[in-house]
Design a protein around this ligand. Structure first.
Ligand SMILES: Cc1cc2nc3c(=O)[nH]c(=O)nc-3n(C[C@H](O)[C@H](O)[C@H](O)COP(=O)(O)OP(=O)(O)OC[C@H]3O[C@@H](n4cnc5c(N)ncnc54)[C@H](O)[C@@H]3O)c2cc1C
Ligand SMILES: NC(=O)c1ccc[n+]([C@@H]2O[C@H](COP(=O)([O-])OP(=O)(O)OC[C@H]3O[C@@H](n4cnc5c(N)ncnc54)[C@H](OP(=O)(O)O)[C@@H]3O)[C@@H](O)[C@H]2O)c1
Length: 596
C-alpha cells in the first residue's frame, strides 16, 4: 500500500496517472460544511477510516460563531446539503440567521452520526510529507504536547472565510489609538457599538452588515469607509423576481463573460450576442441603481457582470434606508494613519481629513496561510499572487495525497459546491473516478488560470473564485462522476429555472423526483390546449401541487447510496450499466440543452 504514481506508456505520450489504492486513513482538517460532507461521503466507503480535526468545540465553522446579526444572504433552498434537506418539523426562516444554519448543520451531523469521527478542540499544527501520505501533527487546545500520526491522505477543509485568519490592514499609529479595533469576525454583539462613534472599513458584505448592526446597536455615529464600491444585488429584482432566476439559472449563466470550456458553436454564439449581453447588464445596473437608490459615492466603477466575481453581496434595503435617513455615513477613502482620537484619511475627499471615532471594525476579509506545510511543499504547490490554482479547484497536481475541499473555491452556493466536491473526491479516492494524466491536469489548471487572468478582477482569491460560473464547475464535477450535467426534467426548465441542491439529490441517494416533474410538465402542456380561462385555472392547480413527489412517483435511490459501487442516479444511469449508445444520446441531448 502507498501512494503510487503509476507510469502508463500511452501511445501518444508517456504520462503518469495518480491512483489512490493505498489510501486507508484520511485526515480531514476542519468540521465546517465542507469537511463534514466529505466525512459523510467517505463513511459510505467502509474501508476508509476518517478523522476530522476541528480546533473549536463545535461543528459548523463560520456558522458556529460570527459577527452580530449574521445569516444567510440567500434563501434557504440555495443553501442546503444535497444529501440532507432541511428537516421537517422546524419552522426554518426563508433567510435563516446564523443560529438556524448552525442548528441545521448540527442536525446533519446527528443524522449521519458524524460526531464520533471528529476530534474537537484539536488544531492541526503541521503537515509533513512522507513518500506515501503525511505525518499530521496536532495538539489539543491548551495542551503543550503535540501528537504526530501518519495518514495516507490529507484533506484541507479549513474554509475561505474563517476567523483564524482575519485580514487587518496595517496603518501607522495604531498603538496610539485610544479606541478599540476589531475584525468583523469579533464584532459579535450589536451592543459593542452602543454610544460609540464607529468606523467600519471595507465595501464587502461583512462591512455593510456590520455597519447596519452598529446603527441598530445604538452607535452615536457610523461611517462606512471603503476604497471601492461594489454592486449590491437585491433579493427580488424589481421587487418582484427572486434574484435566483437571474443568477442561478443557465440562462443567467449564458449572459456572463464566456467560459473557456465551451464548444466552438457556443463560443461563436456568445461572440455574436456580446452586444445584447452588454445591453442586458446595463439594464440590470440601471434597475439595481434605482432599487437601491445608489448615491454617487457608492456607485461602483466596475461593470456588474465583472464585479460579482469579487465576492458579490445580496442586500436588503436596510443599509439604503439608513443612508437615506443620515444614520449611516459613507466615505470613499482609506486610512492614512491613526491618531489617538481617530483616523486620518488618504484622499481627504469631501473636505473630511479625519474622522474621530471610538471603534474601528475591519470588514476587510480574510487571508490565507500555508505555513503548516514545509517550505518544499509550499514551493510545489506553486502558490500565486492571485491564489492557489488546483485541478477541479481541489487537487494540487505537484503534491500527491493532498486535496483542498471548500478551502480554495467560492461560489454562490458553497454548501452545494462542497457537497459535489465531496462526492467527487470520495469517488476519486475509491477509484470510481479515474484522474487524467498529470500533464493533462496541469494543462487544465493552466487554461483556467490564463482565462481568469484575462478578465477577472485581480484579487488575492482569484484562483478560487467560481461565483456565478458555478454551473459550469458543477457540470464538470458531475460529468467526471459519470452523470449527465443537465438535471432538470425538460429543456425549458433546464434553461430558465435556478439550480439548487435538490437537482443533485439523486447523486446522494435521495428519492429522484424527475418523473413527478415530467408528469407536471406534461399536465401543463395538455392544459394549454384548453380554453384560456380553464388553462389558467389548470396551470395554477398544477403549480399548487406539492414539489415533492407522492411515493408512487418517487424513485428511491437511498438503497443504492449505501453501495457506492452502484450508480446513484437512476434516471441518468451510468454508461456502463445503461449502454454506451444510450449514454451518448443523453450526452448529445445534454450538450444541445446547454447550447440553448
Ligand atoms: C458571515 C458569512 C455568511 C456567509 N453566507 C453565505 C451564503 O449565504 N451562501 C454561501 O454560499 N456562502 C456563504 N458564506 C461562505 C461560507 O464560508 C461557506 O458557505 C461555508 O460555510 C464554508 O464552509 P467550510 O467548511 O469550507 O469552512 P469554515 O466554515 O470556515 O470551516 C472551517 C473549519 O476548519 C477549522 N479549522 C481551521 N484551521 C484548523 C486547524 N489548523 N486545525 C483544525 N481545525 C481547523 C475551523 O475551526 C472551522 O471549523 C458565508 C460566510 C460568512 C463568513
Ligand atoms: N450573509 C452572507 O451571506 C455573507 C456575509 C459575510 C460574508 N459573506 C461572504 O464571505 C466572503 C467574504 O466577505 P467579506 O465581506 O468578509 O470580505 P471580502 O468580500 O473579501 O471584502 C473585503 C473588503 O475589504 C476591503 N479591503 C481589503 N483590504 C483592504 C485594505 N487594505 N484597505 C481598505 N479596504 C480593504 C475590500 O476592498 P476592495 O473591494 O477594494 O478590495 C473589500 O471591500 C464573501 O464571499 C461574502 O460573500 C457572506
Amino acid at each position: 500500500m502507498g501512494y503510487s504514481l503509476e507510469t502508463t506508456n500511452e501511445s501518444t505520450n508517456n504520462s503518469s496517472r495518480t491512483t489512490y489504492k493505498h489510501v486507508q486513513r484520511v485526515a480531514v482538517i476542519g468540521a465546517g460544511v465542507a469537511g463534514l460532507q466529505l466525512a459523510e461521503r467517505l463513511r459510505n466507503k467502509s474501508s476508509l477510516e476518517v478523522c476530522i480535526f476541528e480546533k473549536t468545540s463545535k461543528v459548523g465553522g463560520v456558522w458556529s460563531a460570527n459577527y452580530a446579526d449574521f445569516g444567510l444572504q440567500v434563501p434557504k433552498e440555495l443553501y442546503e446539503f444535497p444529501a440532507f434537506p432541511y428537516p421537517k418539523g422546524t419552522a426554518w426562516d426563508k433567510f435563516p440567521k446564523g443560529d438556524q444554519v448552525q442548528e441545521y448543520i448540527e442536525a446533519f451531523v446527528a443524522h449521519f452520526g458524524l460526531n464520533d469521527v471528529i476530534k474537537f478542540d484539536t488544531s492541526v499544527l503541521s503537515l509533513q510529507k512522507l513518500e506515501r501520505g503525511w505525518l499530521v501533527t496536532h495538539a489539543r487546545n491548551g495542551c503543550d504536547e503535540a501528537t504526530t500520526e501518519p495518514y495516507d491522505f490529507v484533506v484541507v477543509a479549513t474554509g475561505m472565510y474563517g476567523g483564524a485568519s482575519p485580514h487587518i490592514p496595517s496603518a501607522p499609529g495604531k498603538e496610539a489609538f485610544e479606541g478599540d479595533l476589531l475584525h468583523s469576525f469579533h464584532f459579535r454583539e450589536r451592543e459593542q457599538a452602543r454610544g460609540k462613534r464607529v468606523v467600519v472599513v471595507g465595501g464587502g458584505k461583512s462591512a455593510v452588515d456590520c455597519a447596519v448592526a452598529a446603527v441598530k446597536g445604538g452607535a452615536d455615529e457610523v461611517t462606512l469607509l471603503f476604497r471601492a464600491a461594489h454592486w449590491p444585488v437585491p433579493r427580488y429584482i424589481l421587487n418582484l423576481i427572486p434574484f435566483k432566476f437571474a443568477t442561478y439559472s443557465r440562462f443567467g449563466h449564458a449572459l456572463l463573460p464566456t467560459h473557456h470550456d465551451v464548444s466552438d458553436l457556443v463560443w461563436w454564439l456568445h461572440a455574436l450576442l456580446t452586444p445584447l449581453k452588454w445591453l442586458v447588464w446595463r439594464l440590470v445596473e440601471l434597475i439595481f441603481r434605482l432599487q437601491f437608490q445608489i448615491p454617487g459615492e457608492m456607485l461602483p466603477n466596475s461593470r456588474i457582470e465583472i464585479d460579482v466575481f469579487t465576492g458579490g453581496q445580496i442586500l436588503t434595503y436596510e443599509a439604503r434606508d439608513m443612508i437615506n435617513a443620515g444614520k449611516l455615513k459613507l466615505c470613499r477613502d482609506a486610512i492614512e494613519r491613526y491618531t489617538p482620537t481617530g483616523i486620518e484619511l488618504q484622499q481627504q475627499r469631501g473636505g473630511r481629513a479625519s474622522i474621530d471615532c471610538d471603534l474601528v471594525v475591519y470588514g476587510t476579509g480574510f487571508k490565507k496561510s500555508y505555513d503548516y506545510f514545509e517550505p518544499a511543499v509550499q514551493a510545489a504547490l506553486q502558490i500565486q499572487r492571485d491564489g492557489l490554482y488546483l485541478y477541479r479547484s481541489m487537487l494540487p497536481v505537484g503534491v500527491p495525497d493532498l486535496a483542498f475541499l471548500g478551502a480554495e473555491v467560492s461560489t454562490f452556493n458553497n454548501i452545494l459546491t462542497h457537497g459535489l466536491q465531496a462526492a467527487w473526491l470520495a469517488r476519486v479516492l475509491s477509484g470510481d473516478v479515474a484522474l487524467p494524466a498529470a500533464g493533462a491536469m496541469q494543462r487544465s489548471v493552466e487554461t483556467e488560470m490564463h482565462w481568469k487572468r484575462t478578465w477577472m478582477p485581480p484579487t488575492s482569491a482569484r484562483a478560487s473564485i467560481q461565483q456565478l460560473h458555478m454551473p459550469k464547475y458543477h457540470d464538470k464535477l458531475v460529468e467526471d462522476m459519470g452523470f449527465a450535467a443537465c438535471r432538470k426534467s425538460n429543456p425549458l426548465f433546464e434553461a430558465m429555472l435556478p439550480y439548487n441542491a435538490r437537482d443533485y439529490r439523486a447523486l446522494f441517494g435521495l428519492p429522484d423526483r424527475t418523473l413527478w416533474m415530467r408528469l407536471k410538465t406534461a399536465a401543463v402542456l395538455l392544459a394549454l390546449l384548453l380554453p384560456p380561462l380553464l388553462a389558467a385555472v389548470a396551470c395554477v392547480g398544477i403549480y399548487l401541487l406539492p414539489e415533492e413527489p407522492p411515493s408512487a412517483f418517487a424513485k428511491d435511490t437511498s438503497g443504492e447510496a449505501a453501495n457506492m459501487d452502484e450508480p446513484l442516479v437512476a434516471r441518468q444511469a451510468s454508461p456502463v450499466r445503461a449502454g454506451v449508445v444510450r449514454h451518448r444520446v443523453r450526452a448529445a441531448l445534454a450538450a444541445a440543452y446547454r447550447t440553448l
